[in-house]
Structure formats: structure tokens, C-alpha cells
Design a protein around this ligand. Sequence first.
Ligand code: CAA
Ligand code: NAD
Length: 295
Amino acid sequence: AFYLDVRQSAMAVTRETIGVIGGGQMGSGIAQLAAVAGFDVWLHDSDPGALRRASEGITAALRRLVSKGQLSQPAVSDVLNRLRCTSNLEDLKHSDVIIEAIVESEDVKKKLFSELDKLAKPNAILASNTSSISITRLASATSRPSQVIGMHFMNPPPVMKLVEIVRGADTSDEVFSKIKALAERFGKIIICSQDFPGFIVNRILMPMINEAFYALYSGVATKEDIDTGMKLGTNHPMGPLELADFIGLDICLSIMKVLHQGLGDSKYNPCPLLIQYVDAGRLGRKRGIGVYVYQ
Ligand code: CAA
Ligand code: NAD
């Protein structure tokens, strides 16, 4: 059942519902933001283990906010009551906005968008948190391209101030305005990008990360010196290799492939060392090992 009692069911009519798909590092952070902003939230992942980790991570993050005096204890209970985890995609059928944050693969995302098109309400907006994939092509997997849009959060979503909004070829002005208002309700500052590979942020960030891998691969310096150079030399909060581990090396590689394929320039060739790490399952912090080893 969607809600268990009449009082809650009345609330469901008055409160907007947001569905989030993918309970990994991005989806869990986006679900947290949406629940804190007062929405009813359904968080879906095909992996029940990911949902368990997401739920534990969100609870711990809310506790941190309480200890810093940024959220009251009763507010935590309200937020957690508004947030439901499900491994059944059908539970998202009442959502007004669905934000997809699954694996960075065009084929897998297109399959999901086609399923969402069938189950979502006719006026629901389908947003993607993709880092680089064409919104126009994701929209083409649906019968509602005017209601498909890129809503690109930065990692970690509760902390980073930016949301990059990407309009597909057919995204309507109304849908753009609604997603802009939603991002602002989450407390974010927005930028707008045309629908080209990597959009704004990853078009610029990923070649730098890839170049850091080339520097390591060709023996220019140690990983520590490359990271320290960029941290202390250019005031970045993390060095590029540390940041790659934080993002996920699989995601970095997928983005480089999209840039290389979509822009056709050899300067976007993914570094063989990055490819080798991904082949070895060294995906970064989420696996406990990437460029660095984590306890
Ligand atoms: N979730 C929620 N809150 C978190 C968090 C998380 N995962 N990680 C850290 N925080 C909070 C902490 O609670 C702390 O809050 P207060 O200041 O209110 O106490 C604050 O963030 C700072 O955290 P820490 O003191 O523990 O650590 P830090 O100062 O080293 O900051 C960081 C951590 C914010 C991640 C910082 O290292 C940073 O900004 N790194 C760069 C992140 C970045 O570049 N992100 C974008 C990646 S590109 C992208 O996302 C796009 C893409 O498609 C790949
Ligand atoms: P992640 O690997 O941490 O999580 C992805 C989750 O999606 C996993 O829990 C997986 O079980 C789930 N999943 C995969 N296929 C699914 C499907 N068909 N249906 C339901 N669940 C499915 O990845 P992430 O870092 O959270 O990235 C998610 C998306 O956000 C990607 O498109 C990525 O490019 C984008 N993104 C990532 C970052 C980052 O720094 N990691 C930043 C911005 C955007």
C-alpha cells in the first residue's frame, strides 16, 4: 500500500512526491536533500544492499546535522518518515518528478527511461543526474521528450552548492522552470548547459583528471606529489587523483568515453592506467581501493 492510514493518505495528496532511482553515492544524497526540503520521497535501487547502505548513510548524515545544530531531533523523524526505500520500481508511479541516478551507461539509462515513461504519471518530469550522456538521446527513449531534462548534482549532493541543468533538444520552458525552482528549493545555485558531451563541469574537469592519470602513467611524479601539487599549488580541495577516487574511477572512465566518442578528438583518449584500474575493479573509495587504498 502507498500509505498505511487515512491521515497520511491525505498528506500524500497535498505534498509533492519525488522518486529517486539509484541509491548509490549520488542518489542517496539527492533523496536526503528532497526529504529535508519537505517532499515525500521514494528511493529505488535494484540492489537491496545499496538501499540499506543509503538508508544508514542518510540517517548518519541527519544525525551530523543535529549535532551541528542545523536540524532538530523531531525534524529528523519527520524527514525519515517522508523517505521510503523500495526495490520495486512501480512504487514510483505517483511521483511528480523522478530523478535518475543509476550507472553511467547510455543503454542502461535508456532502458530505464523507456520503463519510466510507461509507469510514470503523464505529467511527471523525468530528470537525469547523468554526468555526460546526451539528454536528447535519453528523451528519445520516451514518448514525452519535452518532459525530460538533465538535473546534474555535484558530489556530495548535500554539500556542493551547484546544480547544472541541461535542456534536451525538446525540453519545454515549463519543465526547465520547474526544475530550476526545485533545485533552488534544495538550496542550490544553478547553471545551464546546452546538451553537448560532458556539459560544462565535466567537459573541463574530466580532461584534467585524465591528464593527472597520464602524468602518473608516464612517471612524471608520484600520486601524492601530483595531488599535493594541485591542492597547494592551485587551491583545489582535493587533488585530481584523490577526486577521481571520490567520484568513482568507473564514472570517470565512462565520462571520458562519452567525451572521446562525442567530440572525436584524441585529446579525450582515456588514459590506459585509468582503464586498467577499472578493469581491476579498483573503482575508488566506494570499493576501498582506487589510486589509493582506504580502510
Ligand atoms: N555527505 C554529507 N555531508 C558531507 C559529506 C557527505 N558525503 N562529506 C562531507 N560532508 C560535510 C561535512 O559534514 C562538513 O560539514 P560542516 O562544514 O558543516 O561541518 C563539510 O562537508 C566538510 O567536510 P569535512 O570537514 O569532513 O571534509 P572536507 O573539508 O575535506 O570537505 C569535501 C569534504 C566537501 C568533499 C571537500 O573535500 C571537497 O569539496 N572536495 C571536492 C568535491 C568536488 O569537487 N565535487 C565535485 C566532483 S565532480 C561532480 O560531482 C560531477 C560529476 O558528474 C563527476
Ligand atoms: P554508484 O555506483 O554509487 O550508484 C549507482 C547505483 O545505481 C547503485 O547502487 C546500483 O545498484 C544502482 N543501479 C544500477 N542500475 C540500476 C537500475 N537499472 N535500476 C535501479 N538501480 C540501478 O554511482 P553514483 O556515483 O551515485 O552515480 C550515479 C549517477 O550520477 C551516474 O550517472 C553518474 O555519472 C552521476 N554522477 C556521479 C557523480 C559522482 O561524483 N560519483 C557526480 C555527479 C553525477
